[in-house]
Design a protein around this ligand. Structure first.
Ligand code: RB5
Length: 144
């Protein structure tokens, strides 16, 4: 699978750990930054991953900031993007089964590397259940 990953300074360290874990699973991963702990603005990094996933060039994205909140708010403004902010294994799995999430957002200042790696493994290997959940996803795109 082709995966794009990005973080701000708050997610930089966790991004390195997640990147290594994803590579060990034989996925292709593109790191769009940031590349140090120097302070950067998360929307600037987030929009690169959002663009790669929304265009279909990359199948999935992973975005990490300090809490994951800013990245998820930013990512969900683009049609076709379903970004899920997850903190543990249950929501990581359900974000795939029920929501067909195509971007996983995490908080680098919230999660330890071991739980985050497990979350990513589950998130990458869980299929969308479809059925009633597909009907609900279609409703999200209906104008208010
Ligand atoms: C940066 O300090 C912090 O605000 C950012 O990483 C993120 O948590 C925003 O939602």
């Amino acid at each position: 699978m082709k995966i794009a990953i990005g973080s701000d300074h708050g997610g930089f360290e966790l991004k390195g750990q997640i990147k290594a874990a994803v590579q060990s699973l034989d996925h292709e991963i593109k790191d769009v930054g940031c590349y140090s702990t120097e302070s950067v603005n998360y929307p600037e990094i987030g929009r690169i991953v959002v663009g790669l996933v929304a265009s279909g060039e990359y199948e999935r994205g992973i975005l990490i900031c300090g809490t994951g909140i800013g990245m998820s708010i930013m990512a969900n403004r683009t049609p076709g993007i379903r970004a899920a902010l997850c903190h543990e294994l249950y929501t990581a799995r359900l974000s795939r089964e029920h929501n067909d999430a195509n971007i996983l957002c995490m908080g680098g200042r919230v999660l330890g590397p071991a739980i985050a790696e497990e979350m990513v493994k589950i998130w990458l290997s869980t299929a969308f259940a479809g059925g009633r959940h597909a009907c609900r996803l279609a409703m999200i795109d209906r104008p208010v």
